[in-house]
Ligand binder design. Structure first.
Ligand code: ADP
Ligand code: NA
Length: 330
């Protein structure tokens, strides 16, 4: 490899990406694809750690890939592929399961959170071994860097431990990856509840801006965003979380400083800011939505792009797996 390798995965667990995903993940990744050898993986094997409807899962897998391409992931520059198309992910995950202590895996806080939510008996063993599948995703491509949110820090730490453990026991095989925690990335909050982050898991979609929604729906949601009573357009995350969230979104999508937006709207009402923001969001999302629909209208072509990427991914992953098996005497 001439360029450093990054790996990042996204679950096909929603019909549309939301504004938080777009700002926090997608737009970062499109900027990274020139300086890195990037592997972007639609992680459908991770998705089935919780129950999935088969038809939805198939559709969402394609739709997720299509939205990434539509938003700027260039299949000529980056390897954008589907996890289950590369059998080595499940195979290496098994090997890593055998190297992970039961107590070590039990300390993963995401499993504790998610299994508590589902009820301990309802949670699958797959949910428990999720971190080892994630370690497999990363290590197969000898990734140097893993851009993730703070919530994934512990899983990347486990990945590093497993890589070092394997290298120590069986000889140098894996690159030990670094987590790149996206701290500088703006965090986007729910428009109806600006104290929680915008998330597909929100109880109501009233404050969730979705990339593939009709612009009229999005405009309505923005016009109804929660603000406050003092009427001043000013950034103050503590006292004015709703208005501050709107300003952040405006700033990120236009590339303008918050101060300059505050100045533009000085003395004007929240309605003006919202109307203008709705236009900015529409301008950003319309081409992405159009391109997504275009890609989804020709599934054969989309499948061809994904198959081509899977070929490249398979080449790299099967080379790593062969070295692993060789080193272990398998
Ligand atoms: P969700 O919270 O909707 O389930 P995910 O956990 O699947 O989203 O996150 C996918 C990616 O999008 C991650 O890189 C995450 O950091 C980013 N992301 C998700 N929600 C937000 C948000 N509200 N603001 C900024 N980035 C976000
Ligand atoms: Na999530």
């Amino acid at each position: 490899h001439t360029k450093p390798v990054i790996f990042s995965g996204m679950q096909p667990s929603s019909d549309s990406l939301h504004l938080g995903n777009y700002i926090g993940a997608l737009s970062q990744w499109t900027q990274m694809q020139d300086s890195f050898d990037a592997f972007f993986c639609v992680v459908n094997l991770h998705a089935i750690t919780v129950p999935q409807d088969p038809k939805d899962l198939a559709e969402r897998t394609r739709a997720t890939a299509a939205q990434y391409i539509a938003a700027g992931i260039d299949p000529e520059k980056s390897t954008l592929f589907v996890q289950s198309h590369v059998p080595a992910h499940a195979e290496l995950a098994w090997v890593l399961n055998t190297l992970t202590g039961f107590g070590e895996a039990s300390r993963m806080t995401q499993f504790k959170d998610k299994s508590q939510r589902q009820g301990a008996d309802a949670a699958s063993v797959g949910l428990f071994t999720y971190p080892m599948l994630m370690a497999s995703d990363i290590l197969l491509y000898q990734a140097d860097t893993v851009p993730v949110g703070e919530d994934q820090r512990q899983h990347v730490e486990l990945t590093r431990d497993l890589a070092m453990r394997f290298n120590g026991r069986f000889g140098e095989t894996f690159t030990v990856p670094e987590a790149q925690i996206q701290k500088g990335t703006a965090k986007i909050y729910d428009l109806q509840d600006p104290s929680s982050k915008m998330s597909k898991s929100a109880e109501s979609e009233a404050g969730l801006i979705k990339v593939l929604d009709d612009p009229a729906v999005t405009r309505k949601k923005i016009m109804r965003a929660v603000t406050d009573a003092d009427g001043e357009i000013r950034y103050d995350r503590e006292l004015k979380p709703g208005v501050s969230n709107l300003l952040t979104i405006y700033s990120v999508l236009t590339g303008r400083m918050v101060e300059s937006i505050e100045r533009e709207f000085a003395g004007r009402g929240y309605g003006d800011l919202k109307k203008s923001l709705a236009e900015v969001v529409e301008e950003t999302f319309t081409p992405v939505r159009d391109r997504t629909n275009e890609l989804l209208s020709d599934p054969a072509e989309l499948d061809r792009l994904l198959a081509k990427a899977a070929d490249r991914a398979n080449e790299v992953a099967s080379t790593t797996l062969a070295r692993v098996y060789d080193a272990m005497g398998i």
